[in-house]
Write a protein that binds this ligand. Sequence first.
Ligand code: B16
Ligand code: MG
Length: 215
Amino acid sequence: MTLEQLVTDPSLEGWIFDLDGVITDTARYHYLAWQKLADEEGLPFDEEINEKLRGISRMASLVIILDGREYPEEKKGEMTDRKNRYYRDFLDQLNPDDILPGVIPFLDRLKSLGKKLAIGSASRNTEFILGHLGIGSYFDGVASGSFVTRAKPAPDVFIHAAGQIGLPVSRCVVVEDAQAGVSGALEGGFRAVGIGPAERVGHGHVRLDSTELLK
Ligand code: B16
Ligand code: MG
């Protein structure tokens, strides 16, 4: 299957986009914020651990970083809040130049074909990020980690997005950069476009090396 086949299939009326890693690359800021927290807490952290956090919810990310170390729930809540404050400080720099290459022309093409567009992101900072990028008006629906209890790889956030644009899952395509995100899309019965290397997103219907190939 090719991207062109998905784009031109008239039955596929809805396109649901992941945010971090597809619309913009905030992984760097997540990394810097987790690094600051890990340094303060004396926890090991590096790029390899950060890569495991792609598409994973905030608390699930902390659990991966803690790597079996036991902390009271209250302390874990304080740590995720602190990490999010650092992350939001970095996000203040985010602007429309941070939209990944190829994204705007692709959104314009889908719009011109009459497709409905939505966001399906694990991030509870989705509205804040869309505001900084100035692209909120492209989307007919915005579903995020703030709306669902089961995080990716559960399909819930995508199902919520499909509901917002009034379409059954069988008529929607999900575009994702995370292994957990592609898995969630497939489990939910969506078509899935993976952005990234085969070992990460090769299980989708279509795989592209980068957003520059969105056409
Ligand atoms: P927040 P996505 C995900 O966004 C990120 O990939 C992941 O690294 C992050 O932990 C998660 O959002 C939660 O983000 O702390 O802002 O709620 O890729 O699903 O758009
Ligand atoms: Mg992502």
